[in-house]
Design a protein around this ligand. Sequence first.
Ligand code: SF4
Length: 303
Amino acid sequence: MRPEYREEPCKTALNRVTGMSFRWSLNPYTGCVHRCTFCFVRAFERRADRPSDDRYGRSIRVKVNIVDVLRKELARKSWQRELVAFGTATDPYQPAEGRYRLTRGCLEALADVANPLSLLTRGPLIVRDVDAFQEAARRAEVQVSFSIPTLDTEVWRKTEPDTAPPEQRLRALRTLVDAGIKAGVGMAPILPGLSDDPEQLAAVVRAARDAGATFVWANLLYLRPGTREHFLENLARDWPELTESYDDLYAKGAYLDRTEVDKVRREVKELGVRYGIADRRVKPVEPRPPLDEDQPEQLPLTA
Ligand code: SF4
């Protein structure tokens, strides 16, 4: 079924966020055609009284004026150039970006005012904007995470039905790192009993290392109302033998037991050390130090 695209202008571009490591987010689209069964955005949709079931991702709002709105917000005297996170409620490189180029426009607007940014995506389309990332990274901190929770083909196909294969995301990662951009892998969400086996985790970390990842981080599945029903329905269809253990694991609420989460995160961290995940960029693109206008231009003393 072809998604419907609704061109609807927005009134604001930057969203204030609480309880996260960043305070501002930016989403040029609402809804995501990738339609992952575990997508946490389904919970937001439920709260907003929009469909969170199989209809999620069939109708995408395109904020056609977001670049202009963003430029105005960035020009405000009150704006402190805090980090802006892309991809918090939709994939900024889902197919619509191929046509609308709103993510690119927002990147350029942030680069123009030397604003730091981070971006999370499953979309290999990102490679088209390598030049825009380089320009942004010359002016401020830039960090890109590719969501790659697993390399297991069956798990990928069934839980991320409309995304590009993980190998394609790894190739995109390599392109960005080779271009000097700080980029790595977010193993999220890791699914208990489906993608948390030590061998599966090791396979992702090794592949991330081989693709040049400068970092790896991990997060486990959480199931808020809206996401919970859809995910468990799909689980019952695809892996009925796991339904009972999920009922137990998530009996207390949306989150797994803390010890379980810490165990997997620790494992991923240790794998990162074992496989040598580190910033190994050959020609890193970093912000230039600001020009000191009070100092005369420094000329070399010898020819
Ligand atoms: S790519 Fe991200 S935003 Fe899109 S459906 Fe999957 S989890 Fe949700």
